[in-house]
Design a protein around this ligand. Structure first.
Ligand SMILES: NC(=O)c1ccc[n+]([C@@H]2O[C@H](COP(=O)([O-])OP(=O)(O)OC[C@H]3O[C@@H](n4cnc5c(N)ncnc54)[C@H](O)[C@@H]3O)[C@@H](O)[C@H]2O)c1
Length: 248
């Protein structure tokens, strides 16, 4: 028996990148996948179905309450409960000095990268409560520790995710729901490739203990572990998967 058989996993932002790899990994281990993404996730769904898995996707902006409510209602009709929520939909940033950031730009990062996680978690909470072994996995960022100059909007929004993770872990423990955050090293995805070149990826890799590129599949493996029964006593944690690039 596969470890996620009969478990329903909702993954936001799984049209591409880390979310897509996580969806494929959880599906390969038996999970039924529900994707919420502002973009069409047909390629991820097709890859899962072609491998014998089960997946569906809905167009949903995680900042839009109406779209979230409609998506959750469709998931409830199909499955009645969910077991795993991976909050991953996010926007990445280039470099802008903090004093040149506009209010609108700050707000955009807070809305998508932080409140997007809150919105989807809150809307799915009634379905997650029914699981008995619920998991919330928030994709955060180690940039909170690195404090990258020029990335304040991004770093602050991801730092807020860490605060949210810790409080939710304490509040949801009684219901057997674990809440953890994972933080990738620099992973080549459509999101990062828009802001970085090969030289930057190689520079980051050479600062790691393990001098090998971190891939979406490495994150997918970590997410699958945290989603599993083996991780039932791990909650409120922030786990880096960056080849030892940042040691705290
Ligand atoms: N790749 C990295 O190096 C890295 C490092 C640290 C953290 N992260 C985090 O990992 C997560 C995934 O990033 P990625 O690198 O795979 O990026 P990506 O751009 O490849 O994927 C992000 C996905 O989120 C979706 N999305 C964006 N805004 C959305 C919205 N408002 N509503 C719904 N969906 C939305 C996009 O359509 C896309 O499919 C993000 O939260 C990112 O901050 C990535």
């Amino acid at each position: 028996m596969k470890r996620f058989e009969n478990r329903v996993a909702v993954i936001t932002g799984a049209a591409t990148g880390i979310g897509s790899a996580a969806a494929e990994r959880l599906a390969a281990e038996g999970a039924i996948i529900e994707i919420l993404d502002i973009k069409d996730a047909v390629e991820t769904v097709q890859a899962i179905v072609d491998s014998g898995g089960q997946a569906a996707a809905q167009i949903c902006d995680v900042t839009n309450q109406g779209q979230i409510a409609a998506a959750v209602s469709a998931i409830e009709t199909r499955h009645q409960k969910i077991d795993i929520l991976v909050n991953n939909a996010g926007i990445l940033s280039g470099r802008t000095p903090w004093h040149q950031l506009s209010y609108e730009e700050m707000n955009r990062f807070v809305q998508v990268n932080y409140l997007g996680y809150f919105n989807v978690s809150k809307a799915l909470y009634p379905l997650l409560k029914k699981s008995g072994h619920g998991r919330i996995i928030n994709v955060a960022s180690r940039t909170y520790f690195l404090a990258n100059p020029g990335q304040m909007a991004y770093v602050a929004s991801k730092g807020a995710v860490m605060g949210m993770t810790r409080v939710m872990a304490k509040e949801l423990g009684e219901e057997g729901i674990t809440v953890n955050a994972v933080a990738p090293g620099m992973v080549a995805t459509p999101g990062t490739e828009a802001h970085s070149n090969e030289e930057a990826f190689n520079r980051v890799m050479m600062n790691q203990a393990i001098k090998k590129r971190v891939t979406p599949e490495h994150l997918a493996g970590l997410i699958a572990f945290i989603a599993s029964d083996d991780a039932e006593m791990i909650t409120g944690q922030f786990i880096l998967c960056d080849g030892g690039g940042y040691l705290h």
